[in-house]
Structures are given as structure tokens and as C-alpha cells.
Design a protein around this ligand. Structure first.
Ligand SMILES: [Zn+2]
Length: 57
């Protein structure tokens, strides 16, 4: 995983905070789900990633 300015570390693992964002793939047009960091960087969610969600109120 690359280093991100806003990445945090908990128990030796890297965490990244962001907002879940759907988008359409540039190459093939398929829909994918990812997250946008406070920097505006989009990170696609991949199988095997572990995430922690803040539930909407
Ligand atoms: Zn695609």
C-alpha cells in the first residue's frame, strides 16, 4: 500500500479514512465502488481489503 498523508496506523495496520463513492470505470464503463479520501483521491475497494464503516445516522 502506498503512503498517504492522511493514513493512520492502528495496531501496526494502516488505515485510511474516506467517504464511500460509486463511479464508472474509465476503461470499460463498469460500475465500481470505492472511497474518496479528504484529499479527493479515489481508492477502489478490492476483495480482501478490511474496512471499518461509520454508519449514517
Ligand atoms: Zn473497468
Amino acid at each position: 500500500m502506498t503512503d498517504h498523508d492522511n493514513a493512520g496506523k492502528i495496531n501496526g495496520k494502516h488505515y485510511l479514512e474516506g467517504t464511500i463513492t460509486p463511479r464508472r470505470c474509465d476503461c470499460c464503463g463498469h460500475h465500481e465502488i470505492g472511497m474518496t479520501t479528504p484529499d479527493g483521491e479515489y481508492i477502489a475497494l478490492k476483495p480482501g481489503m478490511r474496512i471499518m464503516l461509520e454508519l449514517p445516522v
